[in-house]
Design a protein around this ligand. Sequence first.
Ligand code: SF4
Length: 362
Amino acid sequence: MIAEQETEPRPPAGWRPRRLLATRSALGHAHGRRVLERASALGVDIVELPGDRLNLDLPDDPRRAYVEAKATLALVVAPPSKRRLQPIAPSADWRVDLAEGCPAHCSYCYLAGSLKGPPITRVYANLDEILDGLPAYLGQGTITTRSAARAHEGTTFEASCYTDPLALEPLTGSLSAAIAWFGRWQAEAQLRFTSKFADVAPLLAIDHQGRTRMRASLNPRAFARFEGGTAPVAERIGALRRMAAAGYPIGLTIAPIIAADGWEQAYGTLIDDVAAALAAMPGLDLTVELITHRFNSGSKAVLDSWYPGSALDMTTRNRVTKRTKFGSEKQVYDAATMRLLRTFLERRIADALPAARILYWT
Ligand code: SF4
């Protein structure tokens, strides 16, 4: 367990896991061997496993087990079941996973509710198979493909559902390879990713053909205590600017929106900072996604065990229970709080970033 979220050390720029566990099957793929070479060159301890079973051998102490798991990268093969794409409303038509897990320590992390087991990061070695499966989904989907407002984005593939692909990029090269693959794919399709990291240097010179949209996942500087191990907000905004200058379509994922004390001023400053950074950017193609903080009993239990000292409010104050279409329940802000947040943010964005298209509020 982490005693105090605010005291969790930031990993140095460019995450380095303590060890990489490579399964035997993963090393049968060229991309897997390249990841192993990159990690080895960066000084990561390499463990080549005799088979495909991951033996994590984590300590019994929960705090040490968490720290150890977060410092572990596993190189594995995505099985066919993982390569069958799922819809991912309201972001994109389809979810495509290049990896699962994330090295950061956000005290609201949605992965706590969606990924089971110790929080290691798994990177997929069979990237070619994953990408080669995408054309079968072209022209299908219900989010951008069937939307008059978003059809121009083509069939969309979201790569940030179960990971932060930019956080892993120095070690894996998977995101660069996927961007280049979409650049070569002469089709009405788009790769999408969002990130709380900022090292975009390897992406700037890729022949992306405008078929990848990067969004910076942002919260105000004042709430940085909830986002341990991520890049400073100013660096994320700077990364977005560099990507726009390199011709990429870009976006803001303002997430999760937190109604903590001082939120109005904090989000107002954030939007002003973005506007200043993107001012006079030629040919700007900017979208905004607005996602409020939510949790369920399962994710709260996991997050409480990982970050017991976190100041993030996960009580029932200002909350109502919402039932999903799959029958599960989640705690979202009540109608009055939602209205205040939404009215403020939409107005502020319209004023400061008039060229931005807001894709959704949730
Ligand atoms: Fe979770 Fe995103 Fe934070 Fe990573 S950066 S810990 S995926 S919320």
